[in-house]
Write a protein that binds this ligand. Sequence first.
Ligand SMILES: C[S@@+](CC[C@H](N)C(=O)[O-])C[C@H]1O[C@@H](n2cnc3c(N)ncnc32)[C@H](O)[C@@H]1O
Length: 383
Amino acid sequence: MMDFFPHLGSNGIEVDAEPGSSSDHDSIRSDLTSLSESVYANVYENGRTYHGYRPWSYVLPNDQREQDRLQVMHHIFRLFFDGEICATRLENPQMILDIGTGTGIWAMESANLFCYVGMFTDKAVVADQIPAAEVVGVDLSPIQPIWVPPNLRFIIDDVNQEMRFPSNSVDFIHVRGLAGSIENWSSFLQQCYKYGRLTIPLGHVLCFQERPGGRLEISECRPQVHCDDGTYPDDCYLRTWVDEFNRITKIQGRTWDIMPEIQGLLEDSSFQDIHLSDNKIPIGPWAKDRKLEEIGRCFQAQMAEDAIESYSLALFTRFGEWKLAEVQVLLAHLRSELKSNKMHIYSYLYVPTSRQLSNANYSQQHICHGEKAGDITFIILLV
Ligand SMILES: C[S@@+](CC[C@H](N)C(=O)[O-])C[C@H]1O[C@@H](n2cnc3c(N)ncnc32)[C@H](O)[C@@H]1O
């Protein structure tokens, strides 16, 4: 046999006399056992499972069907962003936070994007100088995979409570699909602002490069359906479902349509450089444009097969006094109506982006602190 790897010798892989001594084996094991068992205890209701940590606070399921739907939604977002993972162009981020990470697919892809490109030799891991970011995904449900890129970790936490995250530490906060999850958007955005890094302009610090301020991106579809050509009749099942959804979410008391208020909320939380983008997302493959046709096909599939059930089972039965059988009948009609492809309907996807800039208080709050950022220690001076 040809010897492709001469350094291994003719016996193949050499056995380490102290296995695991150079690895993270112990820390991995302790990470896995640090979660209390109760976090894994799902709530079972109407044939679906829901998160067991702080139960009842989030009304969508967390089972495999829902996880598959979230993967389809992630594919739709990547189609929408022309293959990118988000709208924000990131400049050498060092810390990324994905709030409400779900299956963790977005966090994993961003961790891979900003991972050291390294290679193993028999002596050490050699990484080149490509900057790497640490990525943290936070969620109520422990549904993320265990084997993930080395620069990614998941935390089970409730973002409606004060998270124990260091302030002024995050370069990019990604929030996707959290409509109906956040109790108070104003305090949530203030928390985000606190975690994000403030801009450090060159003149204020003894360092070699300007550090851009933390960025925040929020992606949400509005819970409304529109049509421009009269193919969305007044008496269809979809209208009944949308009206009922909006009625019941008012009873529930959570905001599911935050986008009309988002600019004011971001400004009130001190975010600047705010860009709002509202985009029509077809539901069904009726658009002539090829990209929108594909987005519409996927969006309709996830909606008919799963989203309408995920978004209504708990809401309608817990808050709207619907019986399970009544919900199922409505959903069955709605499924065939959506799949008939007779309606040229669309919803809106909003992707507001914003950033934190330096403010007058910055130098006073951070007088002469040494801050570690990657390999450069910034010394912040009074100005
Ligand atoms: C619609 S999913 C979106 C998941 C992910 N962002 C994505 O786009 O694939 C919403 C996620 O937010 C999580 N979530 C809801 N309320 C939360 C809370 N209070 N704290 C942490 N995570 C929460 C849910 O468990 C769920 O995984």
